[in-house]
Design a binder for this molecule. Structure first.
Ligand SMILES: Cc1cc2nc3c(=O)[nH]c(=O)nc-3n(C[C@H](O)[C@H](O)[C@H](O)COP(=O)(O)O)c2cc1C
Length: 330
């Protein structure tokens, strides 16, 4: 995830189990662009042992092909094309989710990328721009070019991040395509992940925001699938995760600047504090110094109570996940 799941975050996640695969933040591609050096480091210095996909986003097929060729020289699990980003700036340039309005352009871009990528080539998509009725035509394009995997953030671009996801769209993709299908969106705990996967029969899950809030989630899912008892993280575990992330990020900064660093931590902390009390979030938003930051974290987290398994349903950063907690989800 842009500006969050960088190399320091990957290291911290891997120490807590981590996923089977990572995907980089997206590389923005335009004519004559070169791969972003900071993101490249998450490939070159990835010593977690977890393979990583390089994700690209852009609107110019020729530029996408030449960037993909440069990235193919790196040690990557494959190239992933982003067709899901809903940012108005990105969509305004007909990139990311914006491209879903132009299936013919996607057809051309994917065709050219497929011809140039001899290894794994996967796509991350939403189920349409305005409406899910656009999805079957998009799936036809993905099928035509024999992509190696499809991750579905089962919302439209218009839905952004707030609505429930649409598991029936994942099921449709499984019917129409032969490649592995990965379900994404609203996996906020192990129960939601198991229900989403079982209901859709998807080959796997991609987890974004849920893993920022609960970095043990990948291991918890493995425990659920292998019938083992599930690790329940405590507040003190969370404190140690925050300390670890702070130290990793500080070590990566060329020059440690306290104020800048606190701002960077806040981006991640806003996901972490959901459900830990309004007061924690209120004060977190106002933190200025390292001392204030850790004093606040220790006040709220220096104890062994288990953490809440789910965030509040109507929190600003997690919502619409209630359906996935119901095992009989439609
Ligand atoms: C801050 C932020 C940055 C994101 N950046 C990316 C990105 O670079 N590439 C991508 O494929 N998806 C990106 N996403 C979307 C997530 O990967 C994911 O599809 C979406 O948040 C829904 O899944 P979740 O509920 O597990 O978070 C981003 C999401 C957020 C909130």
């Amino acid at each position: 995830m842009k500006d969050v799941t960088d190399l320091p975050f990957m290291r911290v996640l891997a120490r807590r189990g981590g996923p089977d695969w990572f995907v980089t933040e997206f590389f923005r591609v335009h004519p004559n662009s070169k791969p972003d050096r900071y993101i490249l480091r998450s490939i070159r210095e990835n010593q977690t042992g977890i393979p990583i996909f390089a994700q690209i986003i852009g609107s110019d097929p020729e530029a996408m092909v030449s960037e993909a060729k440069v990235l193919l020289r790196e040690e990557i699990a494959g190239i992933d094309l982003n067709l899901g980003c809903p940012s108005p700036t990105v969509c305004g340039k007909s990139a990311g989710g914006g491209l879903l309005r132009q299936p013919q352009e996607i057809d051309r871009m994917i065709g050219m990328l497929r011809d140039s990528i001899p290894t794994r080539f996967t796509v991350k998509t939403r189920v349409g721009y305005h409406d899910e009725s656009e999805f079957p035509a998009l799936l036809e394009v993905f099928r035509k070019h024999a992509i190696d995997g499809l991750t579905i953030h089962a919302r439209t671009v218009a839905d952004r991040y707030q609505t429930p996801v649409r598991p029936h769209c994942v099921r449709l993709a499984l019917k129409m395509l032969d490649c592995p299908i990965i379900a994404n969106g609203n996996v906020i705990n192990a129960q939601a992940g198991v229900n989403y996967q079982k209901n859709t029969e998807a080959h796997g899950l991609m987890i974004g925001r849920g893993a920022i809030r609960n970095p043990w989630l990948f291991d918890q899912l493995r425990q659920r699938y292998s019938g083992k008892s599930m690790h329940s993280p405590t507040a003190r575990d969370l404190l140690s995760y925050i300390e670890d992330l702070y130290a990793e990020l500080a070590q990566e900064s060329k020059e440690y600047q306290e104020k800048h660093h606190i701002q960077r931590m806040k981006k991640t902390m806003l996901y972490i504090v959901q459900g830990l009390g309004d007061e924690f979030e209120h004060h977190m938003r106002r933190m200025q110094t390292e001392e204030e930051f850790f004093s606040l974290c220790r006040t709220h987290l220096n104890h062994d109570e288990p953490l809440p398994d789910v965030p509040p349903e109507q929190s600003k950063l997690f919502c619409g996940f209630q359906d996935l907690l119901d095992p009989s989800l439609p």
